[in-house]
Design a protein around this ligand. Sequence first.
Ligand SMILES: [Zn+2]
Length: 373
Amino acid sequence: MFGCSRFTWNYFLDLNNKIYLEAKEKELKKKHLNYYDCANQLTELKTKNKWLKEANSQSLQQTLKDLDTTYNKFFQKKGGFPNFKSKKNRQSFRIPQSFKLKDDQSVLPKFKEGIKTIIHRKVEGKIRYATVSKTKTGRYFVSITTDFEVKKKRISDNRLGVDLGIKDFAVLSNGEKYNPKVKEGNIRFLHKQVSKKKKDSNNRNKARLKLAKKYEKTNNQNQDFQHKLSDKICKENKLIAIEDLNIKGMVKNHCLARALSNQSWYSFIIKLGYKARRYGGKVVKTKRFYPSSKTCSCCGFVNQELTLTHRDWQCPQCQTELDRDLNASQNILAQVLRELNIKGGRVYRLKPVELSSLDEAAKQEALGSLAQR
Ligand SMILES: [Zn+2]
């Protein structure tokens, strides 16, 4: 199934690439074959390659639908150009209909017997479709999408500001700080081991598998941490205020740590978003960039002297002792409450900063402090 699905994707991608190039040259309107064109050709392809008939045809049609979606997203500038799928990477195929769970077995169309499955949690609702995947390290998963009504379980009406950073992953306006317990350990050593070994040798494959296993583990630990934290935040709070990361995204990431934290910030915010909805709450982003670490959350004084090395500072105006990130998260919450016209926020106004109006040195610093946090 993996092979057939991959072959179908790659075959039609290749065909489409040729059409795309030709259409570009001749300035034609139609730049790719849509799902129906491809599905028609798939029938022909099956007569040439009989082994494709062994696969569940609905899954192959689904592959073509996915390809069509990727193309359309690309044309709408919402996504990148589709890539060829490689045997070396994660493999997957989707079962749009007739997937069943029977006791501890997954029942897939075209498979003579059910496949023994460890079920992680109770499947609620009506099964819509299932995706079967195989990781780089050779582990198989099936993820099941269902339709069901969510019962809202939130208990309180609290409001919370969240500041995402590099030193601490998340600092909350109630003073709590959270960091994933991920041990990167010997990742560098494992990378070196792979590059040391001869290309295409057995030893290199072994080293590569070890590295992939390590990555899989750290990724799982990270995801677990993000799920637990976002669940806790969304259960306990009705309104969750965060900074708009688009500005953080403006900062070019030269350093790996930053690139990685960027990625995990985004995935964390996505989790916050859908979990908040699940519990009947809301995630609100600040509308513009505010100097949230430089502004005193007590009196609104903007401390221009503050640099990246200052973790704690005392406000020169009201003498409050401030923790950089906690102060920032409190400012983010106050700002969102202001923007939503909710009373109970703080009295002062944060002064928005127009990046274009800043002089070059100040701009660099502003961007730097965004990147640092
Ligand atoms: Zn102050």
